[in-house]
Design a protein around this ligand. Sequence first.
Ligand SMILES: [Mn+2]
Length: 372
Amino acid sequence: MSFFFLFLAYSAEMSYLCMQIQKNMVISFDSKDLSAAQTMIAHANNIVIATHMAPDGDAMGSALAVYHWLLNRPSAVSHPQEAVVIVPNAFPDFFRWMPRASDILIYEKEAEKCNTLIANADLFICTDFNDPKRIGPVGDKIVASGAPKILLDHHLHPTDFASVVFSYPEATSSCEIVYRFMEQGGPFLNKEIASCLYTGLMTDTGNFAFNSSSCELYEIIAELIRAGAEKDAIFDAVFNQYSVDRLRLMGYALYRKMRIYPEHHLALITLSADELDQYHYQVGDTEGLVNMPLQISDVYYSVFMREERPKPGTPRPRIRISFRSQGNRPVNIWASEIFHGGGHANASGGEIFGTLNQAVQLFEKTFPSYLI
Ligand SMILES: [Mn+2]
């Protein structure tokens, strides 16, 4: 009994502490790192901006914001720089409206062109990933290049691949870090940059539903709106663009494929490649699905598994797994120790190569030891 109360007191204290940290969160840059990065940027001629696989709003927003910033800096007149954004694979259609999204090069589609640009790059600016593995073949090429690398990111435990690292896991998003970084170089905001950054702040916090209690965040948002970001239109462009198939897929997943483990406050949704085909699955169609079971009052953990057909040369399908939780119920250790992934305490990812059944068996075997 006393242990129980001790635990309650402890978790209450922890959430209070987290709340305090959130409210007072100010990103402060190391001045040496900052001037090193600024010098690298000032001297570079060919800059490659790279972000993670299956780009989300924060990846798109942070990379495109840096791109616009490089193109518009006052020094761009005296010292024109080539800049390009490379993403490993396609981004969802609902980000197509983003300013200059059409300039983005998709490695999967234009590998040769990308390889040439990477080989000629004299600076890499990496946003929203902590490990070159997160960007597939682009990561290998970047690591192999001798050019300096600047990392702007909010995922835990960045691996040691960048020359200058701005890693703030307590930040809401990489867009927040990019905002603070660009601000150090003087006035920088315009409508394009503001729209890109707002997108990342909005998507990484579930439209400000979680991980979004810092006053700083709303100060930034006020500046973005002043600079021309159209908040409601951006919400509409990102969240109200479902296809009929996408909404039906969500309905099917919730109605037919959601399993609840009541005594563990846990939900699991699985979708096979065949089921995805039935609904003409497009990249991004299952975005947000993993969060939905958390709307159930007694569900605090949610896991979503999606099967990808094996690629030529790989015998087994890949099961992509997303983990979500609420409060002081970390899922990242489970994701990293069992499913070769990791991430934030309340939002992680992982994968296994095998069948959906094998993934579900592994899930059922291991969750009792990882969930509170
Ligand atoms: Mn992010």
